[in-house]
Design a protein around this ligand. Structure first.
Ligand code: AMP
Ligand code: ZN
Length: 132
């Protein structure tokens, strides 16, 4: 569905311009307006959803295939796929999107990776089992 005040819905609807890189009936791919590197692009479902878990299976599957095809077409060998859900997790545009971000020595995604201290395998297993 179309959500008023959603910039990515407006992009799908061509109310806001974008540079298209991929399109099917269900998804749309376009160049990021503030790229972390040359070739940084975004893939979105045409139907509005906020987070990945709200997105249709069909759109999600097509997005992965689209990323694969575009990475090959642009001959991108080193890249990160980034998908943020929720403002605490750095989602700024509240319409589900996947970033394809080419990486080289100077530009691309910078990752901070700080494991939680003092976790052991037993605690990890307990956490998962308690959700059953
Ligand atoms: P995120 O932090 O995952 O929500 O990232 C949102 C991304 O959308 C950022 O990389 C922005 O540069 C990008 N973005 C925002 N507005 C536009 C737009 N009008 N066209 C293309 N990309 C956009
Ligand atoms: Zn939207």
């Amino acid at each position: 569905m179309y959500e008023q005040d959603c910039i990515f819905c407006k992009i799908v609807n061509e109310e806001i311009p974008s540079i298209k890189i991929y399109e099917t009936e269900n998804i749309y791919g376009f160049m990021d307006i503030f790229p972390l590197n040359d070739g940084h692009c975004l893939f979105i479902p045409k139907h509005h959803s906020v987070t990945m878990d709200e997105t249709s299976d069909v759109a999600l599957s097509e997005i992965l295939i689209a990323i694969k095809k575009v990475a090959k077409k642009l001959n991108i060998k080193n890249y990160n796929i980034l998908q943020n859900n929720g403002s605490i997790a750095h989602q700024q545009v509240m319409h589900t999107h996947f970033h394809l971000i080419p990486k080289d020595d100077t530009h691309g995604l910078q990752i901070g990776w700080e494991p939680k201290p003092s976790v052991n395998q037993e605690e990890i297993a307990k956490l998962i089992n308690s959700k059953d």
